[in-house]
Ligand binder design. Structure first.
Ligand code: FAD
Length: 434
C-alpha cells in the first residue's frame, strides 16, 4: 500500500524548516520536499536572524548553528547623493551571553537547520519539486504530486512553505499572484574581506557585528531600502525596491546597487573587497492587506508564501519561523485530539498567529505599504534631500546668524512641500504608524 504521512511540508526555507522540525520532534511522521539541490541553495536573505524566534524552535541553537556575528550596532542612514544623516545605536548590552540578533549566511544556515530537521526524524527530500496539490472529491487537499517518478504522496495535511513566488498555492487557487506593488525585487552581493579589516572599518571586536540600513535618493524616488551587513569575513550589500516602481521608472536594480556602492559614504567601507556571490530575490511587502487565507481543508500556508513579512522593520525570517512553528503546533493539537484536518480545526493556527506579534505587527502597519507607495517621491527623494540640506546648513559655520539659517531651512521645506503639504505628510505618516 501507498505510504501516508501525517504532514508534508513543501519548502526547506525558514518557515518550512521550523514547521518540519516542530512536527517531527513531536513524533509526527513528516515528509519535507525541497526543489533546491540542498536546503538553502535557492534562498536569499540579507541576512539578520532573530534569535528569540529560533530559540522557540531550537532552544540550544547557539551550540552549533553557523552564526556569523552578533549585532551590537545599528545605523540608519537617510541619504542624498553625497551625504548621509542618521540614527545610530550601539550598546554593550548586545554583547550578552544570549545576543538577540545575528548575521547569517542562508546557504550555510539552512543546511544546518535541515540537518536538525532530519535528526528530529523527518524525511527530507531535496531536488524534488512539488508540481501539484492532490485533492479528494470534496476538494480537501490530501497529498502532492512531484517531478519524481511514482504516484502522488498522501498526507493528512500539507504545509505550504514555498516562499514568495508560491506557484503551487497560486495554481491551486489558494492565493493570488502577488501584485507588482506588493513585492519588492532585491539584489544582493557578498563582498569578502579579512576579518580584522572588517573589525577595523566598523569599529568592532571579536564576533561583534554592525548593520546599516539606508534610504533616500539612492532609490531614485522609488519605495526602497539598501543595506550593508557585516558577516565574519564578508559584507552583504543589497538594495530592493517595489517591482511596480522599477517598472514605472524603467530602472535596473543592478544600476541602483552600483550607485549605492559608489556613494561616498559606502565606497570606503567596501574598498578592496572581492565580490564572490550575487543574488536576486523577491520580498513580499504588501503587509496585512495582502495576506491570503492561511488555512483550508487539508492545508496551511506559512512564511513568505502567505506574505508574512514586515517590510517596515526589515523582518521576514522571524515571521517565517514563527508562522511555521505555530502551524505545526496547531496541527499537532488537532492530531492529538484525533480530529480531522479540516479548515475549521486548522483555524486554530490562524487564531494562534492572530495572538502573536506576527499579525499584531502587520496589522499595526497595515496602511504603510500604500502610503509609501503613493508618496514615494516625497519620502524617498524630497525629504532626504531637505534633511541633508538642513543638516549641512546647521553645521556649516560661515558667519550667517543662526536665526537666518533656521529661516532658510524652514523656507526650503515650505517651498518643496507647502505648509499644508507638510502638515498632511506628517498627519498621514502618524496615522499609518499608529
Ligand atoms: P524561503 O526562504 O523563500 O523558502 C522557500 C523554499 O521553498 C525554498 O527553499 C524553495 O526552493 C522551496 N520551494 C518553492 N517552491 C517549491 C516547490 N514547488 N517544491 C519544492 N520546494 C519548493 N528577513 C529577515 O528576517 N532578515 C533579513 O535581514 C532579511 N533580509 C532579506 C534580504 C533580501 C535580499 C531578501 C530577498 C529577503 C530578506 N529577508 C530578510 C526576508 C527573508 O529572506 C524571508 O522572509 C524568509 O526567507 C522567508 O522564509 P520562507 O521559508 O517563507 O521562504
Amino acid at each position: 500500500t501507498q505510504e501516508k504521512f501525517d504532514a508534508i511540508v513543501i519548502g526547506a526555507g525558514m518557515s518550512g524548516n521550523a514547521a518540519a522540525y516542530t512536527l517531527a520532534s513531536r513524533g509526527l511522521k513528516v515528509l519535507q520536499l525541497e526543489r533546491g539541490e540542498y536546503a538553502g541553495s535557492k534562498n536569499v536573505q540579507g541576512a539578520i536572524m532573530y534569535a528569540d524566534m529560533l530559540e522557540k524552535v531550537i532552544p540550544d541553537f547557539r551550540e552549533d548553528a553557523p552564526l556569523e556575528r552578533h549585532i551590537v550596532e545599528q545605523r540608519f542612514w537617510m541619504m542624498d547623493d553625497v551625504s548621509h544623516s542618521g540614527m545610530h545605536y550601539r550598546s554593550d548590552d548586545f554583547n550578552s551571553e544570549k545576543p538577540n540578533r545575528y548575521t547569517i549566511v542562508r546557504a550555510q544556515f539552512d543546511k544546518w537547520f535541515s540537518r536538525k530537521v532530519r535528526d528530529a526524524g523527518a524525511t527530507v527530500l531535496c531536488e524534488t519539486t512539488v508540481t501539484e496539490l492532490v485533492r479528494d472529491g470534496a476538494g480537501k487537499v490530501i497529498g502532492v504530486k512531484t517531478d519524481r517518478k511514482g504516484g502522488p504522496i498522501y498526507a493528512d495535511v500539507v504545509v505550504l512553505a514555498e516562499g514568495v513566488n508560491g506557484l503551487l498555492g497560486t495554481r491551486a487557487g489558494l492565493r493570488e499572484t502577488p501584485k507588482a506593488e506588493t513585492v519588492a525585487l532585491a539584489v544582493k552581493e557578498m563582498h569578502f574581506l579579512p576579518e580584522d579589516v572588517i573589525n577595523q572599518r566598523f569599529n568592532l571586536k571579536g564576533s561583534e557585528g554592525c548593520v546599516i540600513e539606508a534610504a533616500g535618493t539612492i532609490s531614485r524616488g522609488m519605495t526602497g531600502l539598501a543595506f550593508l551587513y557585516t558577516n565574519r569575513e564578508s559584507i552583504s550589500v543589497g538594495i530592493g525596491c517595489l517591482v511596480s516602481d522599477f517598472a514605472r521608472e524603467m530602472e535596473s536594480p543592478y544600476a541602483l546597487l552600483e550607485s549605492f556602492k559608489q556613494h561616498p559614504s559606502v565606497r570606503q567601507l567596501l574598498e578592496g573587497t572581492e565580490v564572490k556571490e550575487y543574488a536576486a530575490h523577491l520580498i513580499p511587502e504588501g503587509g496585512y492587506k495582502a495576506i491570503p487565507e492561511l488555512c483550508g481543508d487539508g492545508w496551511v500556508m506559512v512564511g513568505d508564501a502567505a506574505q508574512l513579512n514586515n517590510a517596515i522593520h526589515r523582518e521576514g525570517s522571524n515571521l517565517a519561523m514563527t508562522s511555521g512553528r505555530l502551524a505545526a503546533e496547531a496541527i499537532f493539537q488537532v492530531k492529538t485530539r484525533r480530529d480531522p484536518m479540516t479548515a475549521e480545526n486548522l483555524a486554530l493556527y490562524k487564531r494562534m498567529l492572530d495572538d502573536s506579534f506576527v499579525i499584531k505587527d502587520l496589522k499595526k502597519y497595515k496602511d504603510m505599504p500604500r502610503l509609501l507607495h503613493t508618496n514615494s517621491q516625497n519620502f524617498f527623494m524630497t525629504y532626504p534631500q531637505l534633511i541633508s540640506q538642513a543638516a549641512k546648513n546647521f553645521l556649516v559655520v560661515d558667519g550667517t546668524p543662526k536665526i537666518e539659517k533656521e529661516k532658510a531651512t524652514t523656507r526650503s521645506f515650505v517651498a518643496a512641500r507647502s505648509r499644508l503639504g507638510l502638515i498632511g505628510d506628517a498627519f498621514r505618516l502618524a496615522l499609518a504608524w499608529r
